[in-house]
Design a protein around this ligand. Sequence first.
Ligand code: FAD
Length: 306
Amino acid sequence: MNRIADLSVQLSGCVSSETIIRRDEPMARHTTLRVGGPADIYVEPAGEADLAAVLRFCSEQRLNWLVIGRGSNLVVRDGGIRGIVVALSSPVFAQITQAGHCLRAGAGVRLKQLAVEARRWGLSGLEFLAGIPGTVGGALRMNAGAMGGETFRIVVSVRMMTESGEIQELVPAEMTVTYRNCQTLKSRIALAAVFQGVPAERKAIEAKMKAGSEKRWSSQPAAPSAGCMFKNPTAIPAGKLIDELGLKGASVGGARISLEHGNFLVNDGGASAKEVLALMELAQARAKAERGIELHPEVEIVGVDG
Ligand SMILES: Cc1cc2nc3c(=O)[nH]c(=O)nc-3n(C[C@H](O)[C@H](O)[C@H](O)COP(=O)(O)OP(=O)(O)OC[C@H]3O[C@@H](n4cnc5c(N)ncnc54)[C@H](O)[C@@H]3O)c2cc1C
């Protein structure tokens, strides 16, 4: 038996039979850009106890782990991921409960579902989440934002697990949060969070969600992507800069810079991560050479080369 097969058998002995464990799982299946080679071991823990057991196993075996949501901010390299990929896709992590003007949502809840649930309870402030195609866990880690809203502006507290399997519940003031980054969650796994809403008419909430969705559909591509590739430099929005550089429509293999939005790189079908990264490097080189501007990735690039 090879080491990965051996490790996955050992891991299955540490968790309940409901936990899903797969070997050589193609990450292209778990990213919205649809690129990425295999993860050595892919796990969907059936609950918090199994998640803690997986983290302990990683520590004992000195294995790297990576938690993913919907993979909507990830570029996984073609060689895949060495170690264990953890996805909180079990229904246990997808529950939403309401108390007063707050909603408590599991890390696996899709952001659209959370926004829809907030509308059902007549709670405003969460509308911006509706168009972000990630999960609560990913939005917390990325401090995702849109349409003037930002995740941590509506977070009351976050329940999380440390690398040693300990559970903590922290309020934002105890966490390090900046633009599109919650550093506290870099080495912890978000399990759930409480979000604060503001009572409002359902019709008004619906109108905000509709306006946001119309804005997205008119300005963003429908083809597979990982959202905005680059952070906005202070001087100019990244999409505008890429447009001004004449790069809209530029392609490397199956990877293409969207004609609809210069900061979106789309997979025309069959793109490899290598092609995606080559196209990103091309945009970075042109921005630097022609405008003296450094473009920094907003997407997270993980894994090893093919
Ligand atoms: C079409 C499109 C539009 C987008 N629009 C926006 C937008 O308007 N605004 C915006 O901010 N983003 C946008 N994004 C990017 C992306 O959707 C967000 O960053 C989202 O929050 C990522 O969530 P995810 O569940 O997909 O996380 P993933 O991409 O799976 O992971 C992102 C990061 O979060 C970490 N992570 C995931 N789950 C957890 C957890 N439970 N605990 C700790 N860390 C975790 C991962 O390790 C990784 O570091 C867009 C993407 C696409 C494809």
